[in-house]
Ligand binder design. Structure first.
Ligand code: S3P
Length: 172
């Protein structure tokens, strides 16, 4: 399988795991947020602030479909919200795509987001308590879409290498 998509909440490790997985399979890695940033010449925060979330969601939908039309070999990390808008989750079921949900617990997501230099527009400036409540509600709303992936891999307490090994074992 040489078309792989990773989904999961912000902080679930999609980009880190995606890069390592692509490296181990010797195929190219792409990150949908980075593609959007490059296309528009703006950071994700700037897009949200200057153009609004609805613009971002429409652009994200187009960028995803354009990417899939033009690439035949990839590990692609989606943004945390990508599968949850328009009909984007349908691509997770494509027969020629291996899709994985990197499932991370609320506590671990919150800890990782607090440790990172968080610039994500949806959660910037939130305290630990606010973030915990926000992530719990958001994950509840989104998990239906994440679970449209063909496989789920739990990431809590695992190293990047361990998650990659699990993904590779499910590919063969
Ligand atoms: C979002 C997640 C972000 C980015 C944008 C919106 C979301 O991607 O697409 O800030 O709705 O969860 P990451 O999951 O890569 O941080």
């Amino acid at each position: 399988m040489n078309k792989i998509i990773l989904v999961g909440y912000m902080g679930s490790g999609k980009s880190t795991v995606g890069k390592a997985l692509a490296n181990s399979l010797n195929i190219p890695f792409y990150d949908l947020d980075s593609i959007i940033e490059q296309n528009l010449g703006l950071s994700i925060s700037e897009i949200f602030n200057q153009k609004g979330e609805v613009f971002f969601r429409k652009y994200e939908h187009q960028a995803l479909h354009q990417f899939l039309e033009n690439h035949s070999q990839f590990v692609l990390s989606l943004g945390g919200g990508t599968p949850c808008y328009a009909n984007n989750h349908e691509v997770l079921k494509n027969t020629d795509i291996a899709s994985f949900y990197l499932k991370t617990s609320i506590n671990e997501i919150v800890n990782r987001l607090l440790q990172s230099n968080n610039q994500r527009p949806l959660i910037v400036g939130k305290s630990k308590e606010e973030l915990t409540e926000y992530v719990a509600k958001h994950l509840f709303d989104r998990s239906y879409f994440y679970h449209q992936s063909k496989n789920t891999v739990l990431t809590d307490g695992k190293t990047t290498d361990a998650v990659v090994a699990e993904l590779v074992s499910k590919l063969t």
